[in-house]
Design a protein around this ligand. Structure first.
Ligand SMILES: C[S@@+](CC[C@H](N)C(=O)[O-])C[C@H]1O[C@@H](n2cnc3c(N)ncnc32)[C@H](O)[C@@H]1O
Length: 336
């Protein structure tokens, strides 16, 4: 039996737990933004396809202690001992997280992480200098150090972890909605974004955050919505608004990108996406599904099953609960 900790957005532990149970994980403990599990295989096959986790700590160990100094010392020593035979010839990632509902824990996390690095410098100066505290360039399995603080004196440590690609992105004062953040984050998970000269069709575009995000990169956007565009999307030379129903709209060309962010039933939006794929109307897509009362895990299971058209037709297909997503999930796909 191998232990795994998964972290997620605060408030989405139930969906994360359901998703993990659907993949044969057994639940041991659930805290805000944190699920401790076991599974009987040591190798985490297919783990990167999960939707709700942000991080997965592989074989975590619990460290308990009173002071910042004692925790920092213990963390450095355990990290050093686990890696005793490893050659460090390049940067490694040192990241951490904490229970968002324990007041003041963020400060504790920074102080202990700093102290751990001070101690590591004493025992292995060269290794400590290679520590990288920014998020990795790509979502993938890492050999480094991940700490999760579940309380002031309770820290989980793992030297193998998976990052699923979610990150907080910065706002743009000209963006007309907070939805702008979701599409900006989606590009980073996707590893691609609309480029200058690309064509984008944005279904359910108003007030225009997604359209604005593509337009500011020089893409030519068709924004389909009966609602008005606002802020930086209004009177934008790269955006043409069509007042039409997204479900009956038929494009007169193939678009490089399909965007869709409508408050409609997820089955209807999925059918619409499948129509766009079957008709060959887009090369890439970013589609947000508001799951509302629908069970998101059933939805994810159906969409990612081998019988799903999306799974069959996409060269790349991913479903993620982004940092900026709420009661919604984001589908990302490349068809060509
Ligand atoms: C959540 S908002 C989109 C926000 C947008 N992505 C942004 O960044 O500002 C949903 C939009 O979908 C539009 N919408 C819903 N159903 C639609 C339909 N059948 N056809 C076109 N637009 C629709 C609504 O008018 C609304 O403006």
């Amino acid at each position: 039996m191998a232990k795994f900790i998964f972290t997620c957005s605060n408030g989405y532990e139930k969906h994360l737990s359901d998703e993990l149970v659907s993949k044969d994980f057994r639940l041991l403990d659930i805290l805000p933004g944190f699920v401790l599990t076991v599974r009987d295989d040591k190798f985490v096959s297919g783990v990167k396809d999960l939707c709700f986790p942000h991080f997965c700590m592989i074989f975590p160990q619990l460290i308990e202690g009173g002071s910042v100094n004692s925790l920092g010392k213990e963390i450095a020593e355990r990290f050093f001992n686990i890696n005793r035979d490893r050659e460090f010839d390049g940067p490694w990632h040192f990241l951490s997280g904490f229970d968002p509902e324990v007041k003041g824990l963020g400060k504790r996390e920074s102080a202990v992480a700093e102290q751990a690095l001070v101690n590591l410098k004493r025992i292995a100066g060269k290794v400590a200098r290679l520590a990288e505290t920014d998020l990795p360039a790509q979502a993938e399995r890492q050999n480094g150090l991940f700490l999760y603080f579940s309380d002031f004196g309770k820290v989980w440590l793992s030297t193998e972890f998976v990052w699923f690609g979610q990150r907080r992105v910065s706002d743009d004062p000209a963006a007309p909605s907070r939805s702008y953040l979701k599409v900006e984050e989606a590009y980073r998970v996707f590893g691609a974004e609309p480029e200058s000269g690309d064509t984008v069709c944005d279904l359910g575009a108003a007030p225009g955050g997604w359209s604005y995000s593509a337009a500011k990169r020089g893409a030519k956007v068709t924004a389909v919505d009966n609602g008005e565009l606002k802020g930086g999307a209004r009177d934008n030379a790269n955006i043409r608004r069509l007042s039409a129903d997204a479900f009956t709209f038929e494009p007169d060309r193939k678009y490089d990108w399909l965007f869709c962010d409508m408050v409609e039933h997820p089955n209807m939006v999925t059918k619409l996406l499948e129509k766009w794929i079957e008709k060959g109307w887009c090369r890439n897509f970013i589609v947000n599904l508001k799951f509302g009362r629908t069970d998101p895990v059933e939805l994810i299971t159906k969409l990612s099953s081998p019988q799903s058209l999306l799974k069959k037709r996409c060269l790349y297909f991913d479903i993620k609960h982004l940092y900026h997503d709420r009661e919604e999930i984001t589908l990302l796909g490349r068809l060509e």
